[in-house]
Every structure is written in structure tokens, then in C-alpha cells.
Design a protein around this ligand. Structure first.
Ligand code: SAH
Length: 400
């Protein structure tokens, strides 16, 4: 097995079980590890620290997966690690139609592997060289543990580029998933808040549905009774559906994607919700400005933009983007109304996000109170030793 020796003084995060080792912390690599190979990591004084997977092209050279020297990171390890991740989600899985993330990469101790369950089908993302080279093992373990009807790969996320992996999309096992209705998880009373959504696993965004927002849809929906509600960056209308269920008076959905809006319309029908709904295709930045010129007002505005920051050097530009869209939204909210605003950019900390909303509130001349702080759904757990796994931030604010 190849070995990686750290520079002096760089062992502390490894001892504290942070799973990432960047190239800048490495003094020497002995042996010639293949892309995705298992490597041992040593401190500069020669003591064994941990074992993980090598990446030949990313600056993130090693992703650690065990701190036990007897653990070989072989197929048995993969089986046990996936089984543990599934056990942690058991309370949702008795529902045969549930959509739920089963494996969340580093947070579940399996760097680079995402597994989402949509009813009887699984969608996998293999985001590292280690997981891409173990695709067959991953599929075998999933079939053994879950006997799904089909497994579809959606490794079309941008992060694969850093690993020099081309996008990989297609059926990997069993039957190709049709467009199917699924039920989202809830943290609340299952029946009272159950919503069904169509999941298009082959061509939908991400792996089909933004599962990380499932609980937040309901939390925000709770403020939408009798409200003129604007769901901005709506995708398939997760927030709009929850708002409609909560008795919203009127819905406006904005998204740049016509397919997303068509899916949202289908989802409203699927849930037998027929309230006045306006579907607006276009650039939210422009449309919110236009609404301001038209003096349009809403009781609730929801902002769930896509990830604006993919690397540190884009942070300033992204900060301006978040501030601008929040400023525009604040102009459209009736006094006493609600702004529910999100950022899924991991590089924007909760603290920075709050400062951005503060800046927008000052510029808009509005008094803003934070009522609730939100994060990702519990099937996307945050690993204590890996704070980077907490990427989704939301604020529900009262605006005066
Ligand atoms: N709120 C959704 C997820 C939103 S993902 C949910 O809870 O399921 C972000 C969405 O923003 C995507 O659907 C994407 O099509 C849309 N989008 C990206 N850029 C946009 C823009 N400039 N204006 C409007 N929509 C945009």
C-alpha cells in the first residue's frame, strides 16, 4: 500500500478526524498510488494516523475513511458503512414510496458516494476516483442490502472535473426508472404534512428532487396560510406545494427552466391543489426588478437560488449576487410579511449569510427579524468532525 507522509505539524486535523488532506499538507508520497487507491497516512514523526483514498488530480489528495489500522477499506468495509448509513434512516424507510438520501458522502464515512432512494429505485453519484473505480462494488452492496428495482447513475456533478472524471450517466442495474411519484420525508406528523412529488431520476436536476429542502418546505409553508406567496427559484415547486397545503391565497413561481415549471404544475395537480397559480419562466433577478417597478407586493417571498460559489475566488461575486436578490425581494414584501431565504453554497458561512441579509435590509430600509434558522434535512446529516458538511443555510425572517 502506498503511504502519504504529512509535513511537520499538519497531523492535528487528521487526529481530530477531519476527512480531507490537501496537497499542501503532504511532505512525501511513497509508492505510486493509482487513482482511487487506498493509502496509509503517517505523521512526519512516522506514526500511523489514518487510511483513506488517493486522488491523483484533485488538490484534495486524500479523503480519509478510517482511523482503525485493522480496517482495510475493502468490500466488507463498504458493505458495513452503507448498512450503517441505511440503519440511521430506518424511520423513513418503511414507507415504500419515500424519497430519502441514504448515503451522504463524508457525513456517512464514505467520501464521494451519494445514494438517494426514490421509492423502489436508487440514484447513485460517484464523485471521486475512489468511488468511480469501485462502481461495481457499490452496486453489488446496494443490491444485496436493498434489492432495488433499478439503480441509475447521475454522476454529472461538476465536482467530478476536479477528479478528472468525465460525467457518467445511465442505468447501472435492473430497470430504468420511470418518472415516478414519491413522498418526501417530514420531521413532523407524517400524514398531516405528506406531500407527493414527481421525481424524474434520469433528467431532473440533481438526482431528481432537492431532498435537502424537504423539511424546510414545511417550515416555510407554515407561514403561508392566506398569503400571496412568491416561490422564487422554485424548481419543481417544493415550497409552493407546502404553501398551497397550508392554505396560501395565491402562488407565483419563478424559475429559469420551463421543464421545472411544468413539473411544478404537475406536482400541484398530483396533490389535488388547485389555487390560483402563476408560472413565470425567466431570470429571477430581472423579474423581481420588474415586479418592483410594477409595485407588486407579496406576503411571503421565498428565495432558494442555485449554488453561486464553487470556489473561494468566486466568493465576492456570489456575495453580491445574494445581496442583490435579497434586496430585490425585500422591496416586494408587505409590512409584517415573510422572507424565507436560503444559500446552498458551502463556502458562504451561516455568519456571512446573515451579514449579507443584514446589508440587504439596510439598503432596502426594512426592519428584519430572524424567526427561524434552517439547515439541511436530517437525511443529509452534518458530521461533527467535518463542519463543511453543513452547506445549506436558511433564515425565515419577518419584514417590517
Ligand atoms: N426551491 C427548489 C430548489 C431550487 S434549485 C426546491 O426546494 O426544490 C434552484 C433553481 O433555480 C433551479 O430550478 C434553476 O433552474 C433555477 N435558476 C437558476 N438560475 C436562475 C435564475 N437566474 N432565475 C430563475 N431561476 C433560476
Amino acid at each position: 500500500m502506498a503511504t502519504v507522509i504529512l509535513l511537520p505539524g499538519r497531523e492535528r486535523p487528521v487526529i481530530q478526524r477531519h476527512p480531507w488532506i490537501f496537497s499542501g499538507a503532504i511532505a512525501e508520497v511513497r509508492g505510486n498510488p493509482a487513482p482511487g487507491a487506498v493509502v496509509d497516512v503517517y505523521a512526519h514523526d512516522g506514526s500511523w494516523l489514518a487510511r483513506g483514498f488517493w486522488s491523483s488530480t484533485s488538490q484534495l489528495r486524500v479523503r480519509l475513511a478510517t482511523w482503525e489500522r485493522t480496517q482495510l477499506l475493502d468490500e466488507t468495509w463498504l458493505h458495513e458503512a452503507i448498512a450503517r448509513a441505511i440503519t440511521g434512516r430506518e424511520k423513513w424507510l418503511h414507507n415504500p414510496a419515500i424519497a430519502c438520501r441514504l448515503v451522504f458522502s463524508e457525513s456517512d464515512g464514505i467520501p464521494g458516494l451519494i445514494v438517494d432512494r426514490y421509492g423502489c429505485y436508487l440514484v447513485i453519484q460517484l464523485l471521486t476516483q475512489a468511488m468511480a473505480t469501485r462502481a461495481d462494488q457499490v452496486i453489488k452492496v446496494l443490491v444485496d442490502l436493498l434489492a432495488p428495482r433499478g439503480i441509475y447513475e447521475r454522476s454529472d456533478a461538476e465536482v467530478r472535473e476536479k477528479e478528472s472524471l468525465p460525467p457518467a450517466v445511465g442505468l447501472r442495474w435492473g430497470e430504468a426508472p420511470p418518472r415516478l411519484p414519491v413522498t418526501l420525508i417530514t420531521g413532523l406528523d407524517q400524514l398531516a404534512s405528506e406531500r407527493r412529488m414527481f421525481a424524474d431520476l434520469q433528467t431532473g436536476q440533481k438526482t431528481g428532487i432537492y431532498l435537502d429542502q424537504a423539511i424546510n418546505h414545511l417550515r416555510v409553508g407554515a407561514y403561508c396560510s392566506d398569503a400571496d406567496t412568491l416561490d422564487c427559484f422554485s424548481y419543481a415547486g417544493g415550497f409552493a406545494l407546502a404553501a398551497a397545503r397550508a392554505g396560501a391565497r395565491q402562488l407565483t413561481l419563478i424559475d429559469a427552466s420551463a421543464e421545472a415549471l411544468a413539473l411544478a404544475a404537475d406536482n400541484l395537480r398530483l396533490n389535488d391543489l388547485s389555487i390560483p397559480t402563476e408560472l413565470v419562466e425567466g431570470d429571477a433577478f430581472q423579474i423581481l426588478r420588474q415586479y418592483r417597478n410594477e409595485h407588486r407586493q407579496f406576503d411571503v417571498v421565498i428565495l432558494d437560488p442555485p449554488k453561486f460559489v464553487h470556489q473561494q475566488s468566486h466568493l465576492q461575486r456570489a456575495t453580491r449576487g445574494y445581496k442583490d436578490i435579497n434586496l430585490q425581494a425585500l422591496h416586494l414584501i408587505r409590512s409584517g410579511g415573510i422572507l424565507a431565504t436560503f444559500s446552498c453554497s458551502g463556502l458562504v458561512s451561516a455568519d456571512l449569510f446573515q451579514k449579507i441579509i443584514f446589508g440587504a435590509a439596510i439598503d432596502a430600509g426594512r426592519d428584519v427579524q430572524i424567526l427561524e434558522r434552517l439547515t439541511q434535512a436530517p437525511d443529509h446529516p452534518v458530521l461533527l468532525t467535518f463542519p463543511e458538511s453543513e452547506y445549506l443555510k436558511g433564515l425565515i425572517c419577518r419584514v417590517w
